[in-house]
Write a protein of this length. Structure first.
Length: 200
């Protein structure tokens, strides 16, 4: 864990007022265990700043992609007490996103189009399995509550003779108020990995 998340971020979190963190991030704090509990993609995670640990709240639960551990800590540090705007933007619309989200930081949505091809029913079924709510965009779309203030939409288009199937992630317009671009990328990678997996 310390290899993925620099110790200074745990130290920063330790120094914050838990009441203030819980108000911003819509999470809870256990003063006895000195741990935050936050719902992440339908699963409770606990963060122990003094131990530099992030773990599922239920022992034995399957962990999300390791990038989600990084996201959770930064979400607790940076989440703002604002509601989602209900307006979707692409990663390129995030400040600095046009230059950041390319090359090694291009969101790997090809893993989704490679998995589902033109099978919209399979895409919809997988979204439903992962608690996605239908969205009236593209040929099929759904929205996931990744954290209390972080909704993310996944859009999908069938391919045809000219263009292959395509997937795209959209973020609420407020995303940059909560997270830096590199953490948005980490979340996006984790979403693509989990949505494109066979199960779990």
């Amino acid at each position: 864990m310390p290899d993925l998340i620099d110790r200074m971020y745990f130290d920063q979190l330790s120094a914050l007022d838990p009441v203030e963190v819980c108000t911003r991030a819509q999470c809870s704090y256990d003063g006895t265990d000195r741990a935050y509990t936050v719902a992440v993609w339908g699963q409770d995670y606990r963060v122990y700043p003094h131990l530099m640990q992030v773990a599922p709240a239920v022992v034995g639960s399957k962990r999300l992609h390791p990038y989600f551990d990084l996201f959770i800590v930064h979400y607790l540090l940076g989440a703002q007490a604002i509601e989602p705007a209900g307006q979707w933007i692409s990663e390129k619309d995030i400040p600095g996103g046009a230059t950041f989200f390319r090359g090694p930081h291009a969101i790997p949505t090809e893993s989704l189009s490679g998995r589902f091809g033109n099978d919209l029913s399979a895409f919809k079924s997988r979204c439903e399995q992962l608690q996605g709510l239908p969205l009236d965009l593209a040929d099929a779309a759904c929205v996931f509550t990744i954290a209390p203030r972080i909704p993310v939409a996944v859009l999908y288009w069938r391919g045809d003779e000219e263009f292959p199937a395509e997937a795209r992630l959209l973020f609420d317009r407020t995303i940059a108020r909560h997270l830096a671009a590199d953490i948005v990328f980490a979340v996006a990678v984790g979403i693509c990995e989990r949505l494109g997996a066979a199960s779990g």
